[in-house]
Design a protein around this ligand. Structure first.
Ligand code: AMP
Ligand code: MG
Length: 349
């Protein structure tokens, strides 16, 4: 199949392109589209065949549910059977935006879309292209991240083409995703809301709105064998081709250890890559250094993390050593994705 690539400007998206993209979805086809978090691989959320196609195009296990994207708050009540008072407060503050909420689903959402679950994940993106596309597509677009399963999520249309060219009908290019990491997920289908996946909307921001909130234990101690409540969190996502190790500790000691590891790697005939912050990138004399952004601006690091991991995939490095980042605020999400990419291989110095 030929994948059409269409550029769409955020402020005034071309109505003809939107119509064309919307028609593909209504006919059961697939369109990748930009959002503020990462690119999504969209299909009609109410059409079980479309959801099956999404799983096939990504090579994704079918027990890993999709997120239903909407463009109008009112549409939530079409697909969620119960919306708690706390959910209403979160929606009021964070929608449209990078927050996904889990609700009990209505019958019209097929189990193919929810990975067999009786709950449905819903998000209303803030990105203007995403919103216009969802409306053109009929209002309910199921989408996981637009990457082949097991590769880093995509933050540009070029990355989507790398992974999905020939497997889907269309890619909408809306430029680089501003946030760069997947949405925060909160389960509001239970009496006490729980954070299932950290993201740009931090625990502190959520707690300011609805009071104290728990984090799914499987996220805090991922090796403990506890089954995560967000099924996707159990898979080894975001994996670069080279083996990735995160080195954690005092900055001077981290730099020293990474330099030693690079030396060992090269002596053994390997090629070493280093993922570093702007502040320390010049401290590595050997190996291929890639800068992910400044520690003073976590947003930059979030935006570039997947891009840098993909860039390493284009090289012949056999090992990647990464600095670690502050584990608070957006840093919690950055470290969550980085540690998953590393399969939790961490050296503490
Ligand atoms: P992705 O956008 O690729 O990160 O995929 C969406 C993720 O949302 C899945 O991997 C799940 O972890 C999560 N998710 C979707 N629906 C549900 C649900 N009903 N309950 C819990 N987690 C969900
Ligand atoms: Mg994903």
């Amino acid at each position: 199949m030929e994948t059409k690539l269409r550029r769409l400007e955020g402020a005034r998206p071309d109505p003809e392109i939107l119509r064309e993209a919307g028609e593909i979805i209504k006919k059961g086809g697939l369109v990748a589209f930009p959002t503020e978090t990462v690119y999504g691989l969209g299909g009609d959320a109410l059409n079980p065949m479309a959801s099956q196609k999404i799983y096939a195009a990504k090579g994704r296990p079918s027990d890993n549910p999709l997120i239903v994207h909407i463009a109008r708050k009112a549409d939530l009540y079409e697909i969620a059977s119960e919306v708690s008072e706390q959910a209403e407060k979160l929606i009021e503050r964070f929608w449209p935006g990078p927050l996904t909420l889990i609700f009990q689903k209505k019958d019209k959402v097929p189990r193919e879309t929810t990975g067999g679950l009786s709950t449905v994940a819903v998000r209303m993106p803030g990105d203007q292209v995403a919103s216009a596309f969802i409306q053109a597509a009929g209002g309910f677009v199921a989408a996981p991240s637009a990457n082949v399963s097991g590769r880093p999520s995509t933050t540009t249309a070029a990355h989507v083409m790398e992974d999905l060219n020939g497997r889907i009908e269309m890619v909408l290019d809306g430029g680089q995703a501003v946030i760069g990491l997947e949405s925060t997920i909160v389960d509001v289908s239970v009496p006490e809301p729980v954070i299932l996946r950290p993201g740009f909307i931090t625990r502190q921001m959520l707690e300011e709105t609805v009071g104290k909130m728990d984090v799914d234990k499987a996220i805090i101690s991922p090796d403990s064998g506890i089954r995560p409540k967000a099924p996707g969190m159990k898979y080894r996502h975001y994996a670069p081709r080279a083996e990735l190790t995160v080195v954690e500790g005092d900055m001077a000691a981290v730099v020293e250890r990474i330099n030693a590891l690079v030396g060992e790697c090269q002596e053994a005939g390997g090629q070493a890559g280093i993922l570093a912050a702007r502040e320390s990138e010049s401290l590595y004399p050997a190996g291929m250094v890639k800068c992910v952004g400044s520690r003073m601006e976590e947003g930059q690091i979030a935006r570039h993390l997947y891009e840098v991991l993909r860039e390493f995939d284009e090289t012949d490095v056999t090992r990647i050593y990464s600095e670690s980042f502050a584990d608070d605020s957006v840093g919690t999400a950055i470290m969550n994705r980085l540690l998953k990419a590393a399969g939790h291989k961490v050296i503490k110095v």
